[in-house]
Design a protein around this ligand. Structure first.
Ligand code: B1M
Length: 209
């Protein structure tokens, strides 16, 4: 069976072609897509995060690693989507205003798609009014907000306030996540839930439907 640590190492090394080849090889060997993501791609990015924090990696290395991780995701993602039989509900997702981090948000989005939900991804740097517009236009069941910066977390509260002002708070569940976000913060701003990682986000959405 494929050694998923090798995929993690290739992500850390930013070796895009090797990540793609190894991910395809793991799939061919019958490894579950979720395992490739969690034990290979996410595991690698977690180490990149630690190295970035310790000033062992700088922005270019981080971006190259992220690009390598995306190459693996491109291979695995169609398989997660294939597992989808009938939609279990609609989720609008995005990273809040001022925040450009999208790796974790993309993982959550992919895992939700794999879990059978329709996902509308508004990408990054999304202002509150755009979230309000999207949940109304899409008739979303859940809004998932991501933030990676302590300075952009207030954008989550601003978004919840904007939804309330638009009179739409009762029609959508709002869940939040991202490295600096906590359950306490979710309680404080009146979110319906908090998920520490992509797999928990899928469970949380299921519990709220
Ligand atoms: Co940024 N960055 N960054 N960065 N970056 C952090 C977040 C930081 C902690 C690094 C550090 O200093 N130690 C720090 C924030 C400090 C703080 O606010 N307390 C930081 C900073 C300061 C910055 C800049 C300001 C740096 C600068 O320019 N001086 C700048 C800001 C740009 C902006 O957004 N306006 C910046 C830029 C960047 C890059 C562009 C270089 C790059 C982003 C590339 C991209 O996303 N396309 C980057 C990266 C990669 C990181 C680190 C190294 C890794 C983040 C990541 O992708 N992790 C990060 C350090 C770290 O986290 N250790 C850091 C892997 C990912 C799988 O995890 O995103 O946590 P994560 O997602 C998880 C969970 O959090 C959860 O599930 C995911 C999967 O399990 N989750 C959700 C996430 N969203 C969810 C939503 C949900 C549920 C769960 O909905 C319900």
């Amino acid at each position: 069976m494929a050694d998923l640590q090798v995929i993690a190492d290739a992500v850390i090394g930013g070796d895009r072609d090797t990540v793609a080849e190894l991910a395809q090889g793991a799939i061919d060997e019958g490894v579950k897509p979720e395992d490739i993501i969690n034990e290979g791609l996410i595991a690698g990015m977690n180490v990149v995060g630690v190295k970035f924090k310790a000033n062992e990696f700088y922005v270019p290395e981080v971006l190259i690693a992220a690009r390598a991780m995306h190459a693996g995701m491109d291979i695995v993602k169609p398989l997660l989507a294939d597992a989808d039989i009938a939609s279990r509900g609609k989720v609008v997702i995005g990273t809040v205003k001022g925040d450009l981090h999208d790796i974790g948000k993309n993982l959550v989005s992919m895992m939700l798609e794999g879990g059978g939900y329709d996902v509308v991804d508004l990408e990054v740097d999304v202002p509150p009014e755009k979230f309000v517009e999207a949940i109304q236009a899409e008739n979303a069941d859940v809004l998932a907000l991501s933030a990676l910066l302590t300075t952009t977390m207030p954008g989550m509260k601003d978004t919840i306030d904007a939804i309330s002002e638009a009179g739409a708070r009762d029609s959508v569940k709002v869940i939040i996540g991202g490295a600096p976000v906590t359950q306490n913060y979710a309680d404080e701003i009146g979110a319906d839930g908090y998920a520490p990682d992509a797999a928990s986000a899928v469970d949380l959405v299921a519990s709220l439907m």
